[in-house]
Structure formats: C-alpha cells, structure tokens
Write a protein that binds this ligand. Structure first.
Ligand code: CP
Length: 333
C-alpha cells in the first residue's frame, strides 16, 4: 500500500483483509514487525486521538515516530502558495514537507479544510498539493474531505458490535455546534456506511444538506454494495428502526465560507442535541456513535454519552488498532 487516503480506493475485500489484520495483531502482537522503521507525522491542525494513536500504534509494532506541528516549529510554517514571506513564518511547506518526509519511511499529514471555497475543499486542493511534494507512502490523517482512519475504525466498531451490514440502518445526523465545522467526517462516514452495504439516512435541517458530489458518490457506492442512501429533515422518519445514530456537526453548504450566514442559520437549531427522545422509534439497542471530540450538552446529552448506547470510546480505541493494520501493510517488508 502506497497511499491511504480514501476508503473507497479499496474494495470491500481489501477492507475486510485490513480489519482481519487488525484483529490478528490484537490476538497475536508483533512487537518487532516494524523495527527500524520511522513514521513522520505532520499536524497542520489540532488532534488528540490521531496524534496519540499513530504514535502508540507505531511503538507497539516496534517502530518509531516523530511529530511536527506549526506550534512547535521554531521557524513557523507558511502554507499559502505564491506568498511573499515577509511575515512571521520563515519556512514554507514546499521545503518543509519533503524534508520531513525524507526522515521517515512513511508520512501522515493532517490539514483541515480552509472552508473558503466549497469547490476547492471538495477537490481536497490543499491536501493534494501537500501530497504532491511527498515521495514516500502517505497517510491522510484528515483533510478537507477525507478521514479514512476514522472511517476504518468506525467500520471495525460496527463489525465488533455485530451491526448488520446489509439491512442495518445507519443514521448520519447533523447536530448543533456553535461553530461551522469541516465536511471531512460526514463525507467519509456516509461513504463508509454505503460501502458497508447499509441503509444510510442523512438527517439534517434545511441549509445543511451535504454537497451533491458527496451524496452522489455515496449513492453510486450503495448501488454497487446493495446499500441505500437517502436524506431527510424528519427525525422520526430517519430514526425508525435505526441500528445506529452517528452524530456530527458540519458547515452549512448553502452558506459555505460565509460565517455570518452560517451562524444565523445554526442559531435556530440548538435543539439538534441528541437525547433519549430521539430514540423513540429506533431499535431498543440503537447505538450512538461520534468521532470525538464532542461537546457535552451541545451535540449530545450527558445521559446518552454516559449510557449504554454510546460506543464513542470503542471507536476511539479502534483508531489505534486499524491504523496498526494500515502501517503493517504499508511498511512491513
Ligand atoms: N476523531 C479524531 O480524528 O480525533 P482527533 O481530532 O482528536 O485526532
């Protein structure tokens, strides 16, 4: 494997093999598998889980890792193309990225969406421009429109919970958040659930429809896997017989890059906080998923997060397990 960027680059069988490898490494640890190998990690955006799970996973396989982020760089990193660097940043990513990549055997990059232009973000312009500077195996640790590590961990979590692939009802729900957030997790999640063959419902208020290219790709995937992808603003309709609700906030696509417009729209939607009444029509054992970090009492009520429906900690733990499988497949001779 030379690039782990988009789960839909892999067939269902290939994903199955990665998940089997993750389970095998858990049963039979290989603490010397990646001895002498180094993973370089470039974080241009903040993280807790991704940063810690990649470092821990690499150590468990016998390899090493190092982290670079703009806050820790003594020079300060400039990311804008074609800029005259007469400000505080003294180093450009065009030099920094190939240098960082050259110290390791693989590179992980995290670069969140700029959220200025929907068109640029849908083509993952910034991540692809950084990727073009790299000639070692590359892992997308979350970009404008992708979060394959999260999606693979979520797929494993669904398998671990024995939630049916064919016929399992998966609700991806928008949730309130005081700020406009990127599209990476909802885009990757709707496609992951469709790829798993599930009956996927995107539940969102008007103005927060996912962009058509994301929905169209998910529908095409579902056609191939026997799944289904629909969308609605009706909570009861969406939640009927649901096996899972996966909550996430995202930017308004009708006011993308327009902060006051987005803010005015979301201010009216504080009741989009997942709580027990949402589950009235769902299956009794309907689970709650979220990629974390999550704002308690804003996105979801404490009693859901602290109760038996929540599997958010399993999802986070599975990040390390599936990333170990990716690293093993990418770097083991
Ligand atoms: N879910 C996730 O990617 O978490 P971090 O942003 O903390 O890495």
């Amino acid at each position: 494997m030379n690039r782990f960027n988009d789960l839909t680059d892999f067939s269902t069988d290939e994903i199955g093999s990665l998940l089997k490898l993750a389970n095998r490494l858990e049963r039979n640890p290989e603490p010397r598998a990646l001895e002498g190998k180094v993973l370089s990690l470039l974080f241009l955006s903040p993280s807790l889980r991704t940063l810690a799970s990649f470092q821990a996973g690499m150590s468990r396989l016998g390899g090493g890792s190092f982290v670079i982020s703009p806050e820790m760089s003594i020079h300060g990193l400039e990311t804008r193309p074609g800029i005259v660097m007469d400000g505080t940043a003294a180093e450009h990513v065009r030099e920094a990225v190939p240098v960082i990549a050259s110290y390791g055997d693989a590179l992980g990059i995290r670069a969140f969406a700029e959220r200025r232009s929907l068109e640029d973000d849908l083509t993952d312009r910034e991540f692809e421009s950084l990727a073009s500077l790299v000639n070692v195996p590359l892992i997308n640790m979350e970009s404008a429109i992708q979060h394959p590590c999260q999606s693979l961990a979520d797929w494993k979590t669904l398998n671990d919970l024995e939630i049916p692939a064919q016929g399992g009802r998966f609700v991806l729900s928008w949730a309130y958040h005081p700020r406009a957030l990127p599209l990476a997790v909802p885009a990757a999640t709707v496609q992951m659930a469709a790829q798993r063959g599930m009956d996927v419902v995107v539940l969102r208020p008007p103005g927060f429809e996912l962009p058509e290219p994301i929905m169209e790709k998910a529908r095409q995937i579902a056609n191939e896997t026997g799944g289904k992808v629909t969308e609605t603003a009706d909570r009861k309709e969406a939640m009927e017989d649901a096996h899972v609700i996966y909550a996430k906030s995202w930017s308004s696509t009708s006011h993308y890059g327009n902060r006051p417009g987005d803010q005015a729209l979301r201010e009216e939607l504080v009741d989009w906080c997942i709580d027990e009444p949402w589950f009235d029509k769902a299956r009794a054992d309907c689970r709650f998923m979220h990629c974390l970090p999550v704002r308690r009492g804003v996105v979801v009520a404490d009693r859901i997060l602290d109760g038996p429906r929540s599997v958010v900690l399993q999802e986070a733990h599975n990040r390390m397990k599936v990333q170990m499988a990716v690293l093993h497949q990418m770097l083991k001779n």
